[in-house]
Design a protein. Structure first.
Length: 231
């Protein structure tokens, strides 16, 4: 009897561990309050120090959550710049746009889409970033290929990672990025809380199949869903 109980407890623990380790569900909106607490060493300020958003640039954020980074980055792009924010959860996008409106930030455009299939033509963005998002995406290599595709050849990409259950170690990121035609240029922070700066490898897009033909006559907005309030 004791042995059967122990076996059942072990099987239960293994099932829970497996579900936690393989879980790729998006971060629940119900726990949004936690997202407003900056993680040690992964502050929005450190992100902009690394990524250096420039006046008039077009930037892309994947998985903005409640806007911790977006509300810090967008004002640095100026009125002629744009921050496109992509998230699978409309509630997150609505949250970001409401907070932006409160602060009179008018250059954030939300797109409900999946990072694995971005609704943009090739070579649209000066820079892109994602913070504690990559490991949550069910196919991180596909997301990196898409980021490579939509970046300009001289574009830059910042990836922020923290040692939570979706953590992507720097060595794994460097390998996946390399496969996607991106190379590591710099890292800040410590191994368990880092920002990595990546850049497209010269001539990598076609060589590695990262490029996808854009739709004829595409304006760069192949949306899978209209921005909130417009669809
Ligand atoms: C842990 S939160 C991080 C939010 C924000 N970057 C921060 O640091 O506070 C992850 C975010 O990524 C979004 N997300 C998860 N999977 C995604 C996917 N496949 N494509 C786009 N966004 C995704 C979630 O909806 C959520 O907003």
């Amino acid at each position: 009897m004791k042995r059967a109980l122990r076996r059942a407890a072990l099987a239960g623990a293994a099932a829970i561990a497996a579900s936690v380790l393989t879980d790729r569900a998006p971060y629940p909106y119900a726990q949004k309050w936690l997202l407003d607490v900056p993680l040690p060493l992964l502050t929005p300020h450190r992100l902009t120090e690394l990524l250096r958003p420039g006046d008039g640039e077009r930037m892309l954020e994947i998985g903005p959550g409640t806007g911790l980074q977006a509300l810090h980055v967008a004002p640095r792009l100026g009125p002629d710049g744009e921050l496109a924010v992509v998230d699978v959860q409309r509630q997150m996008l609505d949250h970001v746009t409401a907070r932006a409106a409160e602060r009179s930030i008018g250059n954030i455009t939300p797109y409900r889409a999946d990072a694995r299939e971005l609704p943009f033509a090739d070579g649209q963005f000066d820079a892109a970033y994602l913070v504690t998002v990559l490991g949550e995406i069910p196919d991180a290599p596909a997301a990196l290929r898409e980021l490579r595709r939509v970046l300009k050849p001289d574009g830059r990409l910042a990836v922020g990672e923290f040692a939570d259950r979706h953590y992507v170690p720097l060595t794994t990121l460097a390998r996946l990025a390399n496969d996607a035609g991106l190379h590591l240029r710099r890292r800040t922070g410590i191994p368990f809380a880092y920002y990595a700066l990546l850049a497209p490898c010269a001539g990598s897009a076609s060589a590695r199949g990262a490029s996808r033909p854009s739709a004829p006559g595409s304006s760069g907005r192949r949306e899978t869903d209209a921005p909130p309030g417009q669809g």
